[in-house]
Structure formats: structure tokens, C-alpha cells
Ligand binder design. Structure first.
Ligand SMILES: Cc1cc2nc3c(=O)[nH]c(=O)nc-3n(C[C@H](O)[C@H](O)[C@H](O)COP(=O)(O)OP(=O)(O)OC[C@H]3O[C@@H](n4cnc5c(N)ncnc54)[C@H](O)[C@@H]3O)c2cc1C
Length: 334
């Protein structure tokens, strides 16, 4: 049997159980959300014992060097022991500076951190509430803007989005952990064609990346596809249209599955992308939002010639409800 030590108590793990599952099962609160190694909310620090390589996949080298690992993907070999601590030391205190609607079901959350957060537009952070509830959100802002901007889709019964929409007020204290992820613009090839595609709040990182690229002087064509089921699901249309007018290399394409108009294309996102960008060989692409759409677009772009090394994707994986808990009970300890 493998064992985990947390705050001076030992917890046995069942065969095949992850450190996160074992701790939660035995009543230890650990912030978590996707439980698939994507959101990084369950980051912990090993203070004794060896961490399997799989629990470090996707983490920055600097975090790995300090012993951090993901509790959700950490499965210990039989008979081994690991001593762990939380990741509180990595969290930056912040406060909500403004909350404003971007559409009927998307909220713009503006945040100011107590200490500077070193990030690139398009990366994501874990937003951690004072009671430990944690969810990941992509950064739509540019570092020079000072205020961090998140676009949060309101989910019926959603613990974090529900709190932000109806209870949180400007001035509320929160913590940010991160940034993480490789969805950001890297200067160096200003003429390379860029393709950005996302649905719903998948626009958040793309809005940051596209503005970052334009400010860096990107001169090659930039195609931005934002998809939604109906026009009500699109947002920031005026801002993006204005941006495209000021930068002729930017082609902004809002699209919907139903209810298209003269300005909004109608049809599946992949079909529209293929019609406008049939041969993206040598391009760079970012795909964000709905996990199934991200996966299928990734495959299709690869098959049309885009190299995997030039493809960056963030799937907005939802949280996994804790066994026997309502969505609002999924807060972990700070
Ligand atoms: C890397 C990453 C980046 C992300 N970036 C963003 C972002 O920029 N903006 C954003 O809005 N979200 C983003 N998400 C998703 C976000 O982290 C939360 O999962 C989401 O906001 C729901 O949290 P909640 O607490 O409101 O709902 P929860 O309490 O977690 O969920 C309530 C119920 O709704 C279900 N549910 C959750 N999400 C969805 C969904 N999309 N569709 C259908 N059912 C769902 C849950 O499984 C659960 O049953 C990102 C996720 C990841 C992994």
C-alpha cells in the first residue's frame, strides 16, 4: 500500500488511486477542478519522497525544481510514501476591481494583484476564493494594462461563476495561482500567418493573443474565428470589428450555427475555417474553449498541413464534482 503524509497525518492510498482522490476521500480539502492534469488547481509540493514523472507533465521547470506536482495525476507505486504540502506559497493575493457583463452569459472580471504577476496574454490562472474553491480562467488582458481581465461564462449551478455573478462585489479578496499554459504569442516571425479559433469564452485568451501580436508589430495575416451557437453567444464584436478596421492584416470572423446575418457567418466552425484558410501549411494556430471542438479542430488542422509544434490549444475542461457533494461543496482548503 502507498501512503501520503499531509499536515502530520498519514493517509493510505487504495491501489490505482491518485494522491488527490485519496486525500479527498479521507476528508482532506485540496483545491481541484478538472482532475485531468489540465487546470493545475490541485498543485501540491513534495517535501519528502519521490514524485512520479507523470505528475509533473505540463508544469514549468521552475515549479518542478521546487518539488511541485499535480495531485490529480500523481499515482504512487505500491509500498512508497510521499510527504506533501499545499501550494499556498505560490498564490498571489488579489482583489476584484470590477465586474461587468460582456453579454447575457459572459462576465468580465477585472482583478488587481497585490504583487506583480509575470504572465503572457493568453495564459491561464487559477482563481482561488478565500474558502479554497479554485477554477482556471484565461487571461484576456495584456501585462502592460495593469488590471487582469478574465471572461467568465455563467454556468447554471456553477460554484465559481455563480458566486462571481451574484455574490462577489468589487473589493472582494481572492488569490491567483499561476500563470500556466503555452497559449501565447511569441515574437520573432512577424510575417507568419496566424489562425486563432475558439467558441464562447474561448475568445478570452485569443483576445489577449491577437492584441499582443498586433502590438508586437505582427504584419502577416491574422485570422480570428469566434464561434457560438447563436448571435447572443458572441461578444466583443464591436471592439474586434474596430480592431480589424485599424489593422487590415486582421480578419475577424464571428460565426454561429444558427441565426447568421450579413456580418455573422453561419455554419460549423471547422467548415468556415477550411473555406477561408484551406492550406495552413507553415502557419501558427491557437485553439481555445470547448474541449471537443478543440480536439476536433486540432486534428483537422494537423491533417490540412499545420505542424503540431505550431499548434497551441487550451481545452476548457469542466470541474469534476466531488462524490456526494453539490457543486458548491467542492471548495478545498486554502
Ligand atoms: C485551462 C482552462 C482554462 C479555462 N478558461 C476559462 C475561461 O477563460 N473562461 C471560462 O468561462 N471558463 C474557463 N475555464 C473553465 C472554468 O475553469 C470552470 O470550469 C467554469 O467556469 C465552471 O466553473 P463553475 O465553478 O462556475 O461551475 P462548476 O461548479 O465547476 O460546475 C457546475 C456544473 O456544470 C458543469 N459544467 C461546468 N462547465 C461546463 C460547461 N462549460 N458546459 C457544460 N457544463 C459545465 C460541471 O461539470 C458541473 O456539473 C477554463 C478551464 C481550464 C481547464
Amino acid at each position: 500500500m502507498a501512503k501520503v503524509k499531509h499536515e502530520s497525518s498519514w493517509y493510505p492510498l487504495e491501489p490505482g488511486e491518485s494522491v488527490l482522490e485519496g486525500l479527498l476521500r479521507q476528508g482532506v480539502s485540496v483545491p481541484n477542478s478538472c482532475r485531468a492534469g489540465a487546470c493545475q488547481s490541485c498543485l501540491m509540493k513534495a517535501v519528502g519522497g519521490a514524485v512520479p514523472e507523470a505528475a509533473r507533465v505540463g508544469l514549468k521547470d521552475t515549479l518542478v525544481a521546487q518539488g511541485y506536482f499535480l495531485a490529480c495525476t500523481c499515482r504512487l507505486p505500491e509500498g512508497t510514501e510521499l510527504e506533501v504540502a499545499g501550494a499556498e506559497g505560490l498564490r498571489v493575493p488579489a482583489r476584484i476591481s470590477a465586474l461587468s457583463p460582456l453579454s447575457r452569459d459572459v462576465l468580465k472580471v477585472s482583478l488587481v494583484t497585490d504583487a506583480p504577476l509575470d504572465y503572457r496574454a493568453g495564459q491561464y490562472v487559477s482563481l482561488v476564493r478565500e474558502d479554497g474553491l479554485a477554477r482556471s480562467y484565461s487571461l484576456a488582458s495584456l501585462p502592460r494594462e495593469g488590471v487582469l481581465e478574465l471572461h467568465v461564462r455563467l454556468i447554471t449551478g456553477g460554484a465559481m461563476s455563480g458566486w462571481l455573478a451574484s455574490e462577489a462585489r468589487p473589493g472582494a479578496r481572492v488569490f491567483l495561482q499561476g500563470p500556466a499554459g503555452s497559449c501565447f504569442y511569441v515574437p520573432g516571425r512577424p510575417e507568419q500567418p496566424l489562425l486563432l479559433a475558439g467558441t464562447g469564452t474561448g475568445l478570452a485568451p485569443l483576445y489577449g493573443i491577437v492584441r499582443d501580436a498586433l502590438e508586437a508589430g505582427h504584419s502577416g495575416p491574422i485570422w480570428l474565428f469566434h464561434g457560438a451557437r447563436t448571435p447572443a453567444g458572441l461578444y466583443l464584436r464591436e471592439e474586434l470589428r474596430g480592431l480589424a478596421e485599424r489593422h487590415p492584416q486582421l480578419h475577424y470572423r464571428p460565426c454561429v450555427l444558427e441565426g447568421g446575418t450579413r456580418d455573422i457567418a453561419e455554419g460549423p466552425l471547422d467548415v468556415l475555417i477550411r473555406a477561408e484558410c484551406p492550406k495552413p501549411v507553415g502557419w501558427r494556430a491557437w485553439l481555445c474553449g470547448d474541449p471537443q471542438l478543440v480536439l476536433s479542430l486540432r486534428k483537422k488542422l494537423f491533417l490540412s498541413g499545420l505542424s503540431l509544434k505550431d499548434l497551441h490549444a487550451d481545452s476548457f475542461l469542466p470541474s469534476v464534482p466531488q462524490a456526494g457533494a453539490s457543486p458548491t461543496d467542492t471548495a478545498g482548503a486554502r
